[in-house]
Design a protein around this ligand. Structure first.
Ligand SMILES: [Zn+2]
Ligand SMILES: [Zn+2]
Length: 386
């Protein structure tokens, strides 16, 4: 869509609410730090409240309410609703409705409220400052949330809650700690501005920089560096592909504190019904993308048809060993859960041996596949030697 010459009207309230904390943070926070200093206890409070506020958005607003990727105990829901008001990112029903439209119409400048197609600043911040049609409130896609008593309560008392959390809480901590001004500046303003800016990175930077591992047709990217600032939300290409998964960083070593929090909450019986995509489906999606890309790349090579044959053959072998390995893995898990008799114990040993053999074969197959992909990428115009 071409942006019309006449800009939509400014949203003065949003402009004031978003810019005033930035001004205070850029001026009074460093001035007070230089004149009086902040002590270690205040910085510890800062880290704790920053995490609480951010994870109320990532684990609460985002993964729980926008995507229903797990179920949460009412206590946790109330904590997230308070933390969401603390983050000052609108009430959860409006936030989740916008976010669902973002997923449904990702990159469509007319319908995605924070479309990355309109550039970094629009998707980061600018979409909130003017009355763009795509950003107008339309709750038809949030009927389930309009029945949620915790969210209705948050929406009804949003102004009181945001004042209590952003001003009341830092003032109370300041009274106990005998430094009201310092706590208000650090825990009120700096925490608010940093948490907002970090969240905005998910809509801007995570749609600009990184790898498109699972779906190359959209702007969402996987970027571990952005995950460091966004409590795990930087694995955004994976998230846009499997939005209902409670994880964003799908490997065990991916930095995703939000998925770890949800898992711990499950152990504490405060979260249940965690939804996650099978490793088989994730791997098949990833390999299928690599396959299509390799086929496109090989069209530029000499002897393209021989490359194509080789790529297709390796791809089918890899898919076949992945299927066999997954089948035996399921049989092994099933047998383990039913193994009570001696005969079944022997069966398990056999299945386990087969599982390990297939795992080795698959790893070998995967290594060959990776070598072939690297070859296609780098050798461009070299004829096939084997
Ligand atoms: Zn996105
Ligand atoms: Zn999402």
């Amino acid at each position: 869509m071409s942006v019309s010459a006449q800009q939509p009207a400014l949203r003065w309230l949003n402009l004031a609410v978003l810019c005033l904390p930035v001004l205070v943070t850029a001026t009074l926070v460093p001035w007070y730090g230089l004149a009086h200093g902040y002590d270690a206890v205040e910085w510890l409070w800062f880290v704790a409240l920053m995490s609480y506020c951010e994870m109320s958005i990532t684990a609460g607003y985002h993964r729980l309410w926008s995507h229903s990727s797990y179920k949460a105990h009412p206590l946790l829901r109330i904590l997230f609703a308070l933390g969401g008001a603390f983050a000052l990112q609108n009430d959860c029903i409006t936030w989740a409705s916008d976010h669902r439209r973002h997923h449904l119409h990702a990159d469509d400048n007319d319908q995605d409220p924070y479309s990355a197609g309109r550039g970094f600043w629009y998707s980061h911040f600018g979409w909130m400052l003017r009355d763009y049609p795509a950003t107008r409130v339309d709750l038809r896609n949030a009927k389930d949330l309009l029945k949620d008593p915790v969210l209705l309560w948050q929406r009804r008392h949003y102004l009181a809650l945001l004042l209590a959390m952003n001003i009341g809480l830092p003032v109370v901590i300041g009274l106990v700690h005998h430094d009201v001004a310092g706590c208000l500046l650090l825990l009120g303003f700096l925490r608010l501005v940093m948490s907002q800016q970090f969240t905005y990175l998910i809509n801007s930077a995570a749609h600009l920089w990184g790898k498109r591992t699972y779906d190359p047709n959209q702007t969402a990217r996987d970027n571990w560096f952005i995950a460091l600032f966004t409590y795990g939300e930087g694995y955004h290409n994976y998230h846009h592909t499997f939005a209902w998964d409670y994880r964003n960083g799908v490997r065990w070593y991916h930095y995703d504190p939000t998925k770890w929090l949800i898992k711990v909450m499950q152990w504490c019986r405060l979260a249940s019904d965690l939804r996650q995509c099978s490793s088989y489906r994730i791997e098949m999606t990833r390999v299928a993308v690599q396959f299509r890309q390799a086929l496109q790349q090989c069209e530029q090579l000499n002897e393209a048809s021989r490359w194509r044959e080789k790529i297709e053959s390796e791809y089918h072998q890899l898919v076949s060993s992945l299927e066999q390995w997954t089948e035996v893995q399921q049989a092994w898990y099933q047998a383990k859960s039913q193994a009570l008799s001696h005969e079944l114990q022997q069966d398990i040993a056999g299945i386990k041996q087969r599982y390990q053999q297939l795992k080795q074969d698959m790893q070998q197959q995967r290594a060959t596949w990776q070598q072939l992909l690297a070859h296609v990428r780098t050798v461009q115009l070299t004829p096939l030697s084997s």
